[in-house]
Design a protein around this ligand. Structure first.
Ligand SMILES: [Zn+2]
Length: 282
């Protein structure tokens, strides 16, 4: 019966019975794992206020069977990231990322880069919900998660005819992302993909380079509203294509933005020519 001792982020939790909690963790050495914390609602000694979303914990447990829930005996709180839960904008964005990991990450597959990215993301959401660069930073996290999950599409050529994508293409020669096939198609092939939407070279370059950015570089990157909108739309189409479902947390986030979220790059909302809600969250 292998013992497990590790640190992890809590990415999902559900009450189970009178005293247990089923939790999904993203751990440093085993990736995503589904667990049961027996007696967690009763024992303050073994679970001292530590079973909350976003929290980073260290835990002891064991794996009874490869397909069974990992049983957690006790855990300690390393960082609660309380500030995320205190500010709605950061919290809703955080829940969106938790759902991405919960639905899309493979079970029991170590991925240190995703673990490190979650640490950077939660630190950012705790400290900077009103950062002027907030939306760009969120887009970068989104693009990086997509890449780390292995969802980055083929970006060098048209999926249908194989035409190479090049910076030398004329200005009116756009590539389009086809949600139905999960990749890019050229102008000529676009009529066969009725749901395809335009993607500029800037967005493709960003997607190609996003995975190389560390926290310091992420702070410095800024990009145009067009790239920001396109990258949000592209990421969400990719997530939907790979997971086969829509994300509840994203719908809530979009509703929040529709009612509250004024874009921070356009000073006069009344003159805004861009239909933001159509493209999702800002
Ligand atoms: Zn083509």
């Amino acid at each position: 019966m292998p013992r497990v001792k590790d640190k992890a982020f809590i990415i999902n939790k559900t009450d189970y019975g009178e005293s247990d909690i089923i939790i999904t963790l993203f751990s440093a050495s085993r990736g995503k794992i589904s667990c049961i914390a027996k007696g967690a609602k009763r024992s303050r000694r073994r679970f001292p206020g530590s079973i909350e979303l976003f929290s980073q914990i260290s835990f002891n447990g064991f794996i009874k069977h490869p397909l069974a829930l990992t049983r957690i005996d006790e855990c300690q709180l390393l960082n609660p990231y309380f500030a995320i839960q205190e500010e709605l904008k950061g919290y809703l964005n955080g829940c969106y990322f938790l759902e991405i990991i919960n639905r899309c990450a493979a079970e029991r597959q170590r991925n240190q880069k995703i673990f490190d990215l979650l640490e950077d993301l939660f630190t950012f959401l705790s400290e900077a919900p009103y950062n002027r660069n907030f939306n760009c930073r969120i887009r970068l996290f989104e693009l990086q998660i997509i890449t780390l999950l292995g969802f980055k599409p083929e970006l060098s050529q048209c999926l249908d005819c194989g035409e190479k994508l090049s910076n030398d293409n004329p200005r009116d020669h756009f590539f389009h992302f086809s949600p139905q096939s999960g990749g890019l198609v050229c102008n000529r092939c676009r009529p066969r993909h009725p749901t395809a939407f335009k993607v500029s070279q800037g967005t493709i370059n960003l997607l190609n380079q996003a995975h190389r950015l560390d926290n310091e570089l992420r702070n410095k990157v800024n990009f145009t509203p067009q790239v920001e909108i396109e990258s949000a739309r592209l990421c969400r189409a990719l997530l939907r294509w790979h997971s086969g479902c829509s994300f509840k947390s994203l719908k809530i986030l979009e509703r929040y933005v529709e009612n509250n979220g004024l874009p921070d790059f356009i000073p006069n909302h009344a003159n805004n020519q861009i239909k933001l809600n159509r493209y999702g969250v800002r």
